[in-house]
Every structure is written in structure tokens, then in C-alpha cells.
Ligand binder design. Sequence first.
Ligand SMILES: Nc1ncnc2c1ncn2[C@@H]1O[C@H](COP(=O)(O)OP(=O)(O)OP(=O)(O)O)[C@@H](O)[C@H]1O
Ligand SMILES: [Mg+2]
Length: 290
Amino acid sequence: MHTTIMSLCADDVRDLHRFEIKILLALETLMKRYRWVPEDVLCHQTKLSMSEMNYRLGHLMGRNMVKSSSVPYKGYQMVFTGLDALALHGAVRKGSVTSLGCLLGVGKEATVYEAMGMGVVALKFHRIGQQSFQTVRRSRSYMPQYKHFPWIFASGNSARQEYDALTALHADVSVPVPVDINRNLVVMTFIRGLPIVQATLENPEDVFAEVVENVSKAYHLGYIHGDLSEFNVMVDGKKTWLIDWPQWVDPTHPAAEEILLRDITNLCTYFTRKYRVDAPVEEVLAQVVG
Ligand SMILES: Nc1ncnc2c1ncn2[C@@H]1O[C@H](COP(=O)(O)OP(=O)(O)OP(=O)(O)O)[C@@H](O)[C@H]1O
Ligand SMILES: [Mg+2]
């Protein structure tokens, strides 16, 4: 079994046959009930002939969208690339995405692509694995509908959280504008810039002030980022942007104060160490909540 990171290939999704989409959709539904979806159940659900289905499953497995097992019985699972393909297929049908561009980054919890839609967009596919899901489950009250495959549920939920934050914030705070959501995919406007960790700032004081102002506006709208650091602040030469919002918390959350303090400490530490910006945590905190 291989554990390499599988990513989406535009041609693979474009070339998916409608029977293959049908199989992925059936797996998505049946995985709420089965750890491994039995061959005959899948066949019944898709109404394909066994030979057609096996031929199509061969394609899907070749593209790392589906996995099979022969023990304790012949069965199938959809894996992350399959979920990504369904999400992209949905966004393409809706017209929010017209073509997939290059891969911008593969991380622990998301894969981001540049793409075309109504203008240039960023596609963020959320991938919350089994392990991260445990943390998510502890910190939130809902329970998954996907008993055997909480990653499908958790990834969709993570995308929803991010989409909701961007929707609430984009009019007042400098964040990407949300364009569409489908399953674990968030489509948003593309920022032509870099995370500050990869940039050399000519005006660090101004950038820092802009970040603090945005953190403050978000706070007053009811959103604490929760993972703020030099990796999630982008600059494009004109403006500063706060990205990566799935783990936001409400200021009424029991750990809100601690989480906000951590966000601010991360930023102050970075700007102080790298640029010698005068940024005492307590003062900045007062500025944010004031
Ligand atoms: N709207 C956007 N426009 C342009 N680039 C983006 C956009 N959103 C994200 N990126 C790029 O993708 C990278 C990862 O995005 P993000 O921080 O939202 O996800 P992440 O969950 O941190 O992923 P990872 O696990 O890779 O850190 C960013 O560092 C940035 O380079
Ligand atoms: Mg990030």
C-alpha cells in the first residue's frame, strides 16, 4: 500500500466517464453504511452491469480515486482524490470553475490550486484525515453522519467553516472572496502574492499595522482566526491578506481568549524577531479588542 500524497490531475477529472462519476457518487452515499462497500451493493446502486462496473472501477483505482479490498469480501472505498474529483466536478458543472491550473501547495490539511472561473480563483481542497478528525471531534459538538469514514464528513465540514468565515468577513476584512463551495472544496478569489514568511517586507510596520487592524475587525465581527502566523498572512505588493480560516472560533468560545492571545503572540514574535517591529503583545491585544 502506498502512502504518498495523491493529488488531482486536471486531465483525470476532465476525462472521467459519467459512469465513473456515478460510481463515485454511489460510494459517497454507501460509505455512510459500509467500511468497504460490497461489490454487489455497489452494482445494485449504480445499476451498471458487473463487467461495466469493474471496467470503470479499474480506471478509478488507476487514478487513485478508489481502493479495493478482497478481505473479508470484495469491496471498495472512495479515497481523498475521489472526493476531490467529485467536488471539482460539481464546481465545474455549476460554472464556478472552468479549468484547473497549477498546484500551489500540498499541506497536511489542504491542497490548493490556481484555477480559472469568473477570473482567476484559488481552489482549496480540505483534507482532514482520521487523526486530525479526533481533534476536531473533541473541540466541536456535532457528530459525524459518516460512521466509518469521518474524514469525508470532517473535510466537508472544514470547508464549510472556512466558507462561512470568508462569507461573513470579506466585505470588511481583507480575506479572499468566497465564490463557491462543494463538498471539501472552497473556491475563492486568487491572491497574486506570497505568504509573508516567503517575502521580504520593505514596510514591515505598515504590514503589521494592517494585520492588526484586520484581526481587530474580524474579532468585532465575531471571528478569531485560530491559526494566525506568518504562514497565513499574504502580501501582494499593495495589500495584506489573512487566509486559511477553517479553525476560526467565536469570541464566546470558552478558549477564545487563549486562542486570540496565541494568534497575536505568533504575529508579534514574528514581526519583532525578523523586523524588529515594536510590538508588545499586551498592547496589541488591547488594540485588537478595543
Ligand atoms: N486565495 C488564495 N490565493 C492565492 N494563494 C492561496 C490562496 N489561498 C491559499 N493560497 C496558497 O496556498 C497555501 C496554503 O493555503 P492555506 O494556508 O489556506 O491552507 P493550509 O491548510 O495552511 O494548507 P497547508 O496544510 O498546506 O498549510 C498558502 O500558503 C498560499 O500560498
Ligand atoms: Mg495555512
